[in-house]
Design a binder for this molecule. Structure first.
Ligand code: ATP
Ligand code: MG
Length: 588
């Protein structure tokens, strides 16, 4: 089974490559079930899947896995795919979320059957079916409070090393007559009772070993306005009551959901069986969890509300909107989702693996440019002061068709401050006094002098260039050990660059000790802003959402906050940094 576990907790790229699925990969268990159903001629050989988000927050990368799985299966087997808003909880749902979810699906490259569906469109049908269940003696109105209901239901306990669920206790309202139940239920709908005064419950079995089967609540009273239904209803169906019936109405053949619903499957089946309506098949798989982030909408909402991030689309968020703004591509997310596979076993995938999939995609598509993030001025003393030369630079060595561009060279340049060391340590091969290095696509230069300010900080390097090395090659075969990126000072465009690190400092942020809160694990250094960056002039006018590789620095993406006079870039992901590794080894 391609369950992706081999990529779990392993950030090494060579091993990631070893897990790439190929045509020999056996079908995962979901596809196996589908193939078996098709071979048995079930559902008239139709395949119809759905993605049922609750519009109470933005989608995250875990949802992307579910979407791509459901959509992927529909496409693979020539079937259909529905988007259905599971909008049964009026208090937390908003139209803003509906719009964001549709936008995210489109961006992922997913299209759904027209139109999108809403569970709230089935409220009338659900009401009717409830009346049928009441008439059949399968549902009743209960006056117990929610605390009493759970008390009567009982709970699982440990006994002699085993988990047992002692029988619950019947509600005193369980044996109300059909007539009384119908009357009360109608009055519940008509607004005769306040919130929480009554519930409508299925009459199943208060001794059932599965607690979900102990007379589950089907409706609660909520005098709340609904984002679509307005004030039409003051009773709202519970998830379990709405979900399977919605699947049935839409003719969903395979209702694929996450493992926490496994214990709800008997109830899913029970409702459909009582109503004797079309019966979809529920299949569960493990949720995606990622290191260094949280994935619950409740926690993500808290991050937004408490201002730990700047919104749902903050580039540090694991939301689709956040990843998009950070510079992730739909292709990378699709590839990631494919390669982690589907499994029944809960596991946590390394964030680094997500980044790995992204790097592979950006490496193919992102044009290379030169940008200096922390500039140090370099004066080429033997280059004529007013002269400008146009040098040829390759746009993408991975893609010949991307062609070349001109990069201006002049007597005053910027290089990266960290590319110079006054007293070079062992294995530092970049620029230092008296040493010669190559400027990418330009010339060999040698540092002759270091200029400092009164505080002793280096403010300028004075260098000479060798005109014979134009293009970056020495005709006499002279070797240099470093090639640096650079930008011509008078041609440079100014930019702010935002560098992002993990949002949390801990691999598993919800793991806390003592009085700690999960939010105590937030990484205080998850964002740093560099405001003096100098970029090559070809970037003038770059439009939001465009990806680039800043040579030697990483992949960057233009942010929506960009202005023509000051570009704003987000660092999407770094390149692998061998120097940092050496430094680490040397304990620096
Ligand atoms: P959360 O727990 O984050 O609030 P949810 O499950 O309540 O998420 P829904 O809007 O109900 O959010 O989710 C829609 C679908 O996405 C469900 O079928 C759910 O199983 C699936 N899903 C949610 N989180 C993940 C995840 N981390 N990995 C895979 N699928 C997920
Ligand atoms: Mg849910």
């Amino acid at each position: 089974m391609n369950n992706g576990n081999s990529v779990v907790r392993n950030a090494n790229s060579r091993e990631f490559n070893a897990t790439r699925p190929n045509n020999d990969t056996p079908l995962d268990f979901i596809r196996q079930i589908i193939v078996t159903d098709l071979q048995a001629g079930k559902n008239d050989r139709r395949i119809h899947t759905r993605f049922p988000p609750e519009p109470n927050g933005y989608l995250h990368i875990g949802h992307a896995k579910s979407i791509l799985l459901n959509y992927g299966i529909a496409k693979e087997f020539g079937g259909k795919f529905n988007l259905r808003f599971d909008d049964t909880n009026p208090e937390k749902e908003e139209s803003e979320y509906v719009e964001s979810i549709k936008q995210d699906l489109r961006w992922l490259g997913v299209d759904w059957e027209d139109p999108e569906y809403y569970a709230s469109d089935y409220f009338d049908q659900l009401y009717e079916w409830t009346c049928k269940l009441i008439k059949d003696g399968k549902a009743y109105v209960c006056d117990l409070s929610s605390e009493q209901i759970s008390e009567y239901r009982g709970k699982a306990i440990q006994s002699e090393g085993k988990v047992i669920t002692p029988s619950g206790k019947d509600s005193p309202y369980r044996n109300r007559s059909v007539k009384e139940n119908l009357d009360l239920f109608r009055r519940m709908r008509d607004g005769a009772f306040p919130d929480g005064a009554k519930t409508l419950r299925a009459k199943i079995d208060m001794a059932h070993p599965n607690l979900n089967m102990r007379d589950p609540i089907m409706y609660r009273i909520l005098h709340a306005s609904h984002h679509r239904a307005g004030n039409k209803w003051c009773i709202y169906p519970m998830y379990d009551w709405a979900h399977g019936q919605s699947d049935s109405i839409e003719g969903i053949t395979h209702s694929i959901c996450t493992l926490e619903f496994e214990n709800h499957r008997p109830l899913y089946d029970w409702y459909l069986n009582q109503l004797a309506i079309y019966h979809p098949r529920q299949i569960e798989f493990a949720r995606l969890a990622l290191t260094y982030t949280v994935m619950s909408k409740r926690l993500l909402l808290q991050l937004v509300k408490e201002g730990h991030v700047q919104g749902w689309d903050d580039p540090r968020m694991p939301t689709i909107a956040g990843l998009r703004r950070r510079g992730f591509t739909p292709e990378a997310i699709r590839e990631f989702s494919k390669r982690i596979g589907v499994s029944k076993a809960e596991s946590t995938v390394e964030y680094a693996f997500l980044e790995h999939c992204l790097r592979q995609d950006l490496n193919r598509r992102a044009p290379r440019v030169m940008g200096v993030l922390d500039p140090l001025k370099v004066v080429i003393t033997n280059f004529p002061e007013n002269k400008v030369e146009q040098l040829t630079a390759i746009n993408n060595p991975e893609d010949e068709s991307a062609g070349t561009r001109n990069v201006p060279f002049s007597s005053v340049l910027y290089i990266e401050r960290e590319d110079f060391m006054e007293d070079p340590v062992k294995k530092f091969y970049r620029l230092s006094q008296g040493r010669e290095i190559r400027l990418r696509y330009a010339y060999f230069i040698t540092c002759t002098d270091v200029v400092k300010d009164t505080k002793g900080d280096i403010v300028e390097l004075r260098c000479t260039y060798d005109p014979a090395t134009r293009g970056g090659d020495s005709p006499d075969g002279r070797k240099v050990r470093a090639t640096l990126h650079w930008v011509s000072a008078k041609h440079a465009v100014d930019a702010n660059v935002r560098l992002y690190e993990h949002l949390f400092a801990k691999e598993n942020p919800t793991e806390t000790e003592g009085n700690q809160q999960w939010s105590d694990n937030l990484n205080p250094n998850s964002l740093s802003v560099l405001s003096e960056c100098k970029l090559e002039p070809s970037l003038a006018g770059a439009t939001p959402g465009t990806h680039y590789q800043f040579e030697r620095k990483g992949y960057f993406c233009v942010d929506v906050d960009s202005k023509p006079e000051k570009l704003v870039f987000n660092r999407t992901v770094t390149l692998r940094d061998t120097w940092a590794k050496i430094q680490k080894k040397q304990g620096r």
